[in-house]
Ligand binder design. Structure first.
Ligand SMILES: Nc1ncnc2c1ncn2[C@@H]1O[C@H](COP(=O)(O)OP(=O)(O)OP(=O)(O)O)[C@@H](O)[C@H]1O
Length: 230
């Protein structure tokens, strides 16, 4: 279980508060208007931002002061962060060792995750020789290889077309199920939330609300969310 207890952080004139818990293995969408604090919430969980008050607990352990690299968390951003001069396999291998001095079992493992995301045979290609969707898969493979129990995604597939995006979400859902990972995904697209996440954290008026069932929330959104969704 991931718990945010009486958490609050202020950035300039903006304050975000959160007091909520996320069940292990849950898939949760994070929805809110532009500037409502979605990225801020993810940064708090990832440890890029330190709260002004409150605690973050993972499996009962206080990780509020734990540096990002030591948290049980990996993060996938929209821009995928692939290095253009490295091959797909090397980009994935960075998830294990930043200096890329992989042992042979580690190299085997890189091959396995690339296969899991459907990139067998493309190990030696550089990002420029892969499609947008394939690049997304490389980034996903790198995150999977780290095998952290909490996966944070900040609009990871926003640049992809609808069909490709749906495919990536299904792949992600399948892998999350297999690994039991807890996944939080920021999205602007209610369709993504419905497709991927049984539960949603709504951020409104400076507060991240506890997860609630996605379908009913989107069927009958509160006024602020309704205005935002259009
Ligand atoms: N470094 C900062 N200093 C001051 N204010 C900041 C800083 N970073 C973000 N903010 C403010 O915090 C608020 C929340 O930002 P955040 O990026 O979390 O929103 P968001 O919901 O992810 O937005 P979007 O959907 O537009 O990406 C915004 O009002 C933003 O202007």
């Amino acid at each position: 279980m991931l718990e945010l207890q009486n958490l609050s952080v202020t950035r300039g004139s903006f304050t975000l508060a959160a007091d909520l818990a996320i069940e292990p293995g849950a898939r949760v969408a994070v929805i809110g208007a532009s500037g409502s604090g979605k990225s801020t919430l993810l940064s708090l969980i990832a440890g890029f931002l330190v709260p002004d008050r409150g605690r973050i607990l993972w499996e009962g352990r206080d990780i509020t002061a734990t540096p990002p690299g030591k948290r049980p968390v990996s993060v996938l951003f929209q821009d995928q962060n692939l290095f253009p001069h490295l091959t797909a396999a090397q980009n994935v291998g960075l998830g294990l060792r930043p200096d890329l001095r992989l042992s042979s079992p580690q190299r085997v493992r890189v091959g396995q995750v690339l296969e899991e995301v459907g990139l067998a045979g493309m190990e030696d290609r550089k990002p420029a020789d892969l499609s947008g969707g394939q690049q997304g898969r490389v980034a996903l493979a790198r995150v999977l290889l780290r095998a952290r129990p909490v996966l944070l995604l900040d609009e990871p597939f926003a640049a992809l077309g609808p069909a490709l995006k749906a495919e990536m979400l299904d792949l992600l859902a399948r892998i999350a199920e297999e690994t039991g990972a807890t996944v939080l995904m920021v999205s602007h697209d209610p369709g993504d939330a419905r497709r991927f996440a049984p539960q949603t954290i709504l951020i409104e008026d400076g507060r991240a609300q506890p997860p609630q069932p996605t379908g009913p929330l989107l069927d009958d959104p509160p006024p602020g969310l309704r205005a935002y969704l259009g």
